[in-house]
Design a protein. Structure first.
Ligand SMILES: [Zn+2]
Length: 406
């Protein structure tokens, strides 16, 4: 069966409309409504906006066939000073062979491609094609986390729309932000003997951090985990006062399976070896950094700064089938390159936590993400849209024959 064709022009116009709606994390409401309307226009069924604001719709396949979810996100990062952009960040400009603006490649262009590719599979797919575009991906993935906890039936595979430059991506490291809090007793700097200065314990804590950086596990596909102290914060922040609190922040790029408990235990052990006895009057606390946000639908949530990593085996049937279906980007014979991403995605939730086989496929070069040169090659975008329906059918077929072999 030849793969169905979607209209590139229609997908491009949808992406341009979305870029014209700035949608920072927590303010995705208008973009979500625009996506919901497109779903309805394209004939999606069961279209809904869930409690935290994710937009979900289904192109039904034959009953009982493998269910594949296509997943992008609704939020974008801030544009910064618009004057520094070559093309305005929220205009959806098309020029010099590129779509320009915040979200062009991360991720409104690929979101539009996934949406239109799914619609082209109407009446053609052996199983349901679910399309879910999430909130808060850029702040740790509350949307995907909520979605996968709330689904009654998990999909059989997920395809993420984060930029892969036409390759098939199979995982990435996770990210965690750990805080080491040293507490003392504040006092006026003119009378240090009456205070307990937490800065006096800082060298030992930083030495423990240095030991941690040199003692990290490695993965043959994802490379080593890394950890680095990135900030020292002092309270109160007054130069003539001895502080009562010093916080060292660690940015940890983790391998799959690194849970909050594992990470905190490792830091506690490293610090404990350096500070075998805490001097009288001091306290020490190792904890995950946390953030509190409101979704545009009015749900208030606090969550630890912990985005899980994941890795699907490059030999997994889903990865192999996708790479064969897409083919090499440069037009040579042979499958697409299979590799990990350098950055984190919602795949940490779908695969790392929930175990659903997850891959990524999308146009766009990673180096343009989050910059004031964000752009999407129209040629590569058109090529990706042409290949997307075939990729979904190949993944469903691979899942179907894997189930048949069980
Ligand atoms: Zn993204």
């Amino acid at each position: 069966m030849s793969a169905p064709v979607a209209s590139f022009e229609a997908a491009l116009e949808f992406a341009r409309d979305l870029i014209r709606i700035p949608s920072l994390s927590g303010n995705e409401g208008e973009a979500a409504e625009c996506v919901r309307e497109e779903f309805v226009r394209l004939g999606f069924e069961d279209t809904r906006i869930d409690e935290v604001g994710n937009v979900v719709g289904v192109i039904p396949g034959q009953a009982g066939g493998p269910r594949v979810m296509l997943c992008s996100h609704l939020d974008v990062v801030a544009a910064g000073d618009a004057e520094t952009w070559e093309y305005p960040p929220f205009a959806g400009a098309v020029a010099e062979g590129y779509l320009h603006g915040r979200g062009a490649m991360d991720i409104k262009g690929p979101l539009a491609i996934q949406t239109h590719a799914a619609a082209a599979l109407r009446g053609r797919a052996p199983g349901d094609v679910i399309v879910a575009h999430t909130v808060f991906e850029e702040r740790g993935g509350l949307g995907a986390q909520y979605l996968f906890e709330s689904l009654e039936v998990l999909p059989d595979a997920v395809v993420i729309g984060e930029a892969t430059h036409g390759d098939i991506c199979i995982g990435h490291r996770g990210r965690a932000e750990v805080e080491i809090v040293i507490r003392g007793i504040a006092g006026h700097a003119s009378a240090p003997s009456r205070a307990q200065n937490p800065l006096s314990l800082l060298p030992a804590v930083l030495e423990a951090c240095r030991e941690l950086t040199g003692d990290q596990p490695s993965d043959p596909h994802l490379g080593p985990a890394t950890v680095a102290p990135t900030s020292v914060e002092v309270l109160p922040e007054t130069r003539n006062v001895i502080p009562d609190q010093v916080t060292v922040v660690l940015d940890w790029r983790t391998l799959p399976g690194a849970t909050e408990q594992v990470l905190l235990d490792r830091v506690r052990r490293a610090v404990g070896q350096r500070l075998t006895e805490l001097p009288e009057g001091y306290g020490l606390d190792v904890r995950m950094a946390r953030e509190r946000h409101n979704t545009y639908t009015g749900v208030e949530r606090e969550w630890p700064m912990l985005s899980p990593g994941f890795l699907l085996s490059p030999e997994h049937a889903v990865a192999r089938a996708a790479a064969e279906a897409v083919g090499s980007r440069d037009g040579n014979d042979g499958p697409a390159t299979i590799r990990p991403w350098m950055f984190a995605t919602d795949g940490g939730w779908t695969c790392g936590v929930h175990g659903v086989p997850t891959i990524g496929f999308a146009p766009g070069e990673e180096r343009h993400a989050h910059t004031n040169r964000e752009r999407l090659s129209l040629g590569e975008a058109r090529w990706s849209l042409e290949r997307y329906p075939g990729l979904v059918l190949a993944v469903q077929s691979a899942l179907g024959s894997a189930a048949g072999n069980e």
